[in-house]
Design a protein around this ligand. Structure first.
Ligand code: GLC
Ligand code: GLC
Length: 822
């Protein structure tokens, strides 16, 4: 009965749900979660956001430019609109996912799994289960639906589907009704509804919403199905029990089907709805105004049977099993096992694919792919599919300008830099070095350095990727301020530390407000990041056998280190910056904002303070002044008033976001820094302080999904201390995976092998890691007989003792590595 007991304990901890670790699912048993709890469908080009009540929307590649279904942001109730099925039975109407009708259900369960969500609702003896997923490599979302009669009597049930089409360009769709209300077009063929707005002119794609089973009827006009004055909780066609076979002409096209079922006692019926994105190609039309439906029909044929759908779902399972197989751990900490083996890697796929574009906190019409964000996301993704990381690195590099700066963001569909935000965030270009080196270490593929990739301001140029990396280093070296530290530009990693853009105007962006003339504001964080980047370049050159360049980089490193140590030490920690007037930021001399996390993290990670004890002292200051049980606060004391010379950071109320919130992303830098200093107990304690699965006991306060990291947890200065926000799309995903697997567990890819350098809790007797690396599976067992944190005493590889702690590249399929700390 152990299972029973632990389950009861879990229920008591979190009344909304629990982890099913064996199934790699998070199970939600109450639909009214503290916030909508999200999952993603799709892993290649077609994506869907799917909440625990089936809310959300779908798009192809780009949430802004190829939006397939509509979503209303900041809606009431929160999260309304989605993949809705209405069950009409005995005069009652309900949804298996509870919303939008919110009828009381006899049973509700949502299982968020890897690339799929399965929602089951039951009422009055009718059970409806729907499985949402996107098969690998396909541009179709399948809603596999089963309706069961669990009573002893025959039952008649009508099932209605509902999807509201977006007219593809999501921003225009939301704000240009004088046009959009007049252009909507559909065609219907059997159960297949084709949304073809603008297909006659510039588009060569349509959205298909179809049912694999014959239907009793359909609606394609929202006014007909829902009603002009009705909400989704009172769709008039469903309440009347009959769709109207309406044909949308302008206004708001939707897809809705009616399926009438007669179910014998105990019987069930299974069929699917398909929501697909189709690029038809030539010929576009079968007849004037009649679109060529060849591909749509073929898709419907392909998934007509439940067996075909089940096979596609099995493919998805295999895909994830394979992906996660690249890194699996067994250690004494259940949270680490749970997060590292499944959820953290899964979240890294989402951040890799979507950057910061589409979540419950990002509308998909704002930010595209972020330059710094996507480069960091690669660090947590590259071990899963190195080739996709390579393609992304080259896309990113192509948005760099020939002076070394970068477009801060770009649209995934066009791959063009986003002109509104522009560039001049002077940390951006350095992250490209980190992602490229991580890719080469993982894959061994040095050819990426010679890949031709142009600069965004020089169309047709074909410089190499290596040239981009060198340009990045050169830019930082040549753009420095009075203390010799790198200039900060509009901002560095901390978007809200705007030391050059003094914004007095409510109608402008803090980051893009006009620059202060002649300002020389400097960033210590960029200096620390430069240490890391130049050391990476040095190691890369050394590996390439280019000694002169390696020595050159070592020189740049040493020079920047000297600048940091002579100019940026405040007495007990590293300064954060110098403002436009060359006054220190993040100093004991300031009244607020005396100590910041980012410069402690990057200076220590870059190797500053190693020989003079400052690294340890800086981290001790972090512990005393910034660490809390909910994570490390970004800076203290919080700013209580707006400082023109510091920018957006001081615009936030104390305790949230960059103004003394707990920014989980940069917490992981400190975890890694602690590991470098051998402080394993503290690294684990700090990690657990932001680990979402460890928040189940305080879920009413924490509120966000317990299975993925959040960008931010409110700090102690906030009224809502401990409350998480901005879950899913955050650099926390990649960095915590790096901190846990490479820092704490200490297994990292290197140019010539797998480096083993754990930094664990002194209480851990042992742990194991299985790591797939360049085609070989390494099974690593680490023992800790002396109860220490760090230090490899002995390593055996396939039974042979080897010197050092780098497992050489193997030729065979599986390698056994045994490591003893001491
Ligand atoms: C957000 C941004 C990221 C930035 C961070 C800190 O997470 O996506 O680019 O570094 O905020 O401001
Ligand atoms: C705001 C946010 C910051 C984010 C930025 C993106 O400044 O506070 O976290 O990175 O917007 O533009």
């Amino acid at each position: 009965m152990i299972g029973g007991n632990s389950r009861r304990k879990a229920d008591a901890m979190n009344p909304y749900g629990h982890f099913d670790d064996a199934a790699r699912e998070y199970v939600i048993n109450r639909p009214d979660t503290p916030l909508p709890w999200l999952n993603y469908l799709g892993q290649d080009d077609f994506f869907g956001l799917c909440t625990n009540t089936a809310g959300g929307y779908s798009f192809w590649k780009d949430a802004k430019l190829r939006r397939l279904t509509r979503y209303r942001y900041n809606n009431m109730p929160m999260d309304m609109g989605g993949r809705y099925l209405y069950v009409r039975h005995n005069g009652t109407v309900w949804n298996p996912g509870w919303k939008p009708m919110k009828a009381a259900l006899d049973r509700y369960e949502c299982r968020h799994g890897l690339g799929y969500t399965r929602i089951t609702g039951a009422k009055d003896g009718i059970e409806t289960e729907v499985l949402f997923f996107v098969p690998p490599g396909e541009n179709v979302e399948i809603w596999k639906t089963t309706v069961r009669n669990t009573t002893g009597k025959p039952q008649r049930v009508s099932l209605f589907s509902f999807a509201e089409f977006c007219l593809f360009e999501a921003l225009n769709d939301m704000n240009n009704y004088q046009r959009t209300y007049s252009i909507g077009e559909v065609e219907v063929e059997g159960s297949a509804i084709y949304h073809k707005t603008e297909y006659r002119e510039r588009r060569d794609h349509y959205t298909l919403f179809a049912c694999t089973r014959p239907v009793a009827g359909f609606d394609t006009s929202r006014d007909a199905f829902v009603g002009v004055h009705n909400g989704l909780h009172e769709p008039q066609a469903v309440l009347a029990g009959r769709v109207t076979n309406s044909r949308a002409f302008g206004w708001n096209p939707i897809g809705a089907h009616q399926v009438d079922l007669e179910l014998a006692p105990g019987a069930s019926e299974t069929f699917s709805f398909l929501l697909a994105y189709v690029e038809q190609g030539e010929p576009k039309f079968d007849a004037p105004f009649v679109i060529n439906k060849t591909k749509g029909r073929a898709l419907l044929e392909k998934y007509r049977t439940a067996a075909a759908v089940d096979a596609a779902f099995a493919d998805l399972g295999h895909l994830w099993k394979g992906l996660l197989g690249a890194c699996q751990v067994t250690c004494p900490d259940a949270n680490i096992n749970r997060m590292a083996n499944t959820w953290n890697q899964y979240q890294c796929m989402a951040t890799f694919n979507l950057s910061r574009s589409a979540s419950m906190f990002e509308t998909g019409i704002g930010r595209g792919m972020g330059f710094r964000d996507s480069n960091q996301d690669i660090l947590g993704f590259v071990h899963m599919i190195p080739e996709r990381a390579k393609a992304r690195i080259l896309d990113l590099a192509a948005t760099q300008l020939s002076d070394g700066t970068c477009f801060h963001q770009y649209q995934p569909l066009t791959k063009k830099g986003n002109a509104e935000i522009g560039g001049d965030f002077y940390d951006d270009h350095l992250w490209l070095i980190l992602s490229t080196c991580a890719y080469i270490k993982e894959s061994g593929d040095r050819s990426i350095l010679d890949a031709p990739v142009g600069y965004a301001d020089k169309p047709g140029s074909r410089d190499t990727l290596l040239h981009h990396l060198e340009t990045s280093i050169a830019y930082t070296l040549s753009h420095r301020g009075p203390h010799g530290l790198p200039l900060i530009g509009h901002a560095d990693w901390n978007d809200c530390l705007n030391l050059n853009c003094f914004s007095k105007e409510p109608n402008e962006s803090f980051q893009c407000a006009g620059d202060v003339k002649g300002s020389k504001a400097e960033s210590v964080m960029i200096a620390g990041l430069f240490l890391q980047a130049s050391r990476e370049m040095q190691q890369l050159y050394a590996w390439l056998g280019r000694k002169t360049e390696a020595a050159g980089m070592a020189g740049h490193y040493a020079e920047m280190l000297k600048v940091i140590e002579t100019q940026a030490w405040d007495g007990a920690w590293y300064l954060r910056a110098f403002d436009a007037a060359s006054k220190p930021v993040g100093s004991a001399k300031n009244t607020e904002g005396q100590i910041f996390i980012e410069s402690q993290g990057w200076c220590v990670l870059g190797g500053a303070g190693r020989d003079n004890g400052r690294a340890a002292q800086a981290l001790e200051s972090v512990h005393k002044r910034l660490f809390t049980p909910d994570g490390i606060i970004l800076q203290q004391p919080a700013y209580s008033e707006y400082h023109l010379e510091l920018g957006e950071i001081t615009s936030y109320p104390p305790g949230v976001k960059e103004n003394a919130g707990i920014f989980c992303h940069n917490n992981a830098w400190i975890h890694l820094a602690l590991c470098q200093l051998g402080q394993g107990d503290r690294a684990l304690e700090y990690y657990l302080s932001i680990c979402p699965s460890a928040k189940e006991e305080q879920i009413e306060t924490y509120r966000c999904e317990p299975y993925v990291y959040a960008q931010m947890i409110a700090g102690r200065d906030a009224v809502c201390a401990g409350e998480a926000k901005n879950s899913w799309l955050t650099g926390t995903a990649a960095w915590t995976l790096v901190a846990v697997t490479q820092g704490i567990l200490g297994v990292s890819a290197d140019y010539d092998g797998l480096r083993i350098d754990p930094c664990i809790s002194t209480k851990w007797p042992s742990f194991e890691v299985t790591r797939r690396f360049r085609g070989t599976e390494y099974h690593i067992v680490v023992r800790n007989p002396d109860g220490i944190s760090r230090g490899v005493k002995q390593m055996t590889v396939n039974g042979k003792i080897l010197a050092g702690n780098v497992v050489p590249l193997a030729k065979s399929g599986r390698v056994e590595v045994e490591v003893t700390l001491g």
